[in-house]
Design a protein around this ligand. Structure first.
Ligand SMILES: NC(=O)c1ccc[n+]([C@@H]2O[C@H](COP(=O)([O-])OP(=O)(O)OC[C@H]3O[C@@H](n4cnc5c(N)ncnc54)[C@H](OP(=O)(O)O)[C@@H]3O)[C@@H](O)[C@H]2O)c1
Length: 292
């Protein structure tokens, strides 16, 4: 059995990768509580001890607003992948890394999608740190696949959907205002894990956009989720000007999976279809989580 290392295994995506791949691979799982992979010597020592054939890097600093001031953001999003790459290139191992729509400024006219060929231009520290992580991997010469995803949700950890559900259940009388002028493609972490498996097993190399088909706004996404959950709600649309965040978000985060489609490896479906299956499989657990 091939040995595969999954970093960030306690996060949304790492958890789903582990569940999907545990049947066919010998997995090594790790997260920050075991080893801080942004420290080069610790990362290289750990990697040499477990000696994986393939590394799937799901570790990242994903708190976008905190990234503006928190040095751990650059450590996790740039230094960490750079250390994985420098170890892997020496031993000819494959590195699969996850990046983000935030490498773009989101200024493309609605509803044009961003392709792999488009020039990145991040507008936040999170986006800049993730782009620098991509570049470090590419520059290292390692056999890599970088998958840029967007609007990730899953059953593990916290995410937008769980926040909407918690607020709706705990304060049913309160109106929730959700931005209706930022667009993207909500992507289920389990489908992204399936895409990672396809890329890994075909040893595909390069930079790939990897998000669901079709797009929506945060407001429409929240309403679609509540409808799937069959929960009445008081969600209303608002503009980003009415709901300012410390860090500016890209307005148009729609990605086109052009490269995956070119090599006939795109597994993504319409975001609404995936949302339906996600809710069907996880409704009880989601309700339990928000009530506890
Ligand atoms: N979430 C989204 O909407 C979204 C959108 C586009 C792209 N992405 C990308 O998708 C990937 C997976 O995201 P996710 O939502 O699954 O992230 P997540 O749930 O935040 O999981 C990331 C995991 O990495 C761990 N980690 C952070 N720093 C580390 C370090 N120095 N050493 C070892 N582990 C470390 C985190 O631990 P702590 O929790 O203790 O920090 C966490 O368990 C990331 O590359 C992210 O940038 C996410």
């Amino acid at each position: 059995m091939k040995k595969v290392l999954i970093t960030g295994s306690k996060g949304q995506l790492g958890h789903d990768c582990a569940r999907l791949l545990e049947v066919a691979y010998s997995l090594v799982l790790t997260d920050i509580d075991q080893v801080d992979l942004s420290v080069e010597s610790d990362a290289h020592r750990f990697l040499s001890e477990c000696d994986p054939a393939i590394i799937i890097n799901c570790a990242a600093f994903t708190a976008v607003d905190a990234c503006e001031t928190e040095p751990d953001c650059w450590k996790a999003n740039h230094d960490l992948p750079a250390h994985l790459a420098s170890w892997a290139v020496e031993r000819d191992r494959m590195l699969i890394h996850i990046s983000t729509d935030y490498v773009f400024d989101g200024m493309k006219p609605l509803f044009m999608s961003s392709k792999e060929i488009d020039l990145p231009h991040p507008i936040s520290e999170y986006g800049r740190s993730k782009l620098a992580g991509e570049q470090a991997i590419i520059d290292s010469g390692v056999h890599y696949a970088i998958l840029r995803t967007a609007w990730l949700y899953g059953i593990k950890g916290t995410n937008f959907l769980k926040t909407m559900l918690r607020l709706t259940i705990q304060q049913p009388e309160k109106t929730l205002r959700v931005v209706d002028d930022q667009y993207g493609s909500p992507t289920w972490s389990r489908t992204l894990a399936e895409q990672i498996q396809v890329v890994m097993e075909n040893e595909a190399k390069g930079l790939f956009h990897a998000s669901s088909e079709q797009y929506t706004s945060w407001y429409e996404f929240a309403v679609a989720f509540m409808d799937e959950m069959q929960i009445s709600h008081r969600i209303e649309p608002c503009s980003s000007v009415e709901y300012p965040t410390p860090t500016e978000r890209p307005k148009n985060s729609i990605l086109e999976n052009e490269k995956l489609k070119e090599i006939d490896m795109n597994v993504f479906r319409d975001w609404k279809y995936d949302l339906g299956i996600f809710v069907k499989e996880n409704r009880e657990q989601l309700m339990q989580e928000v009530k506890s």
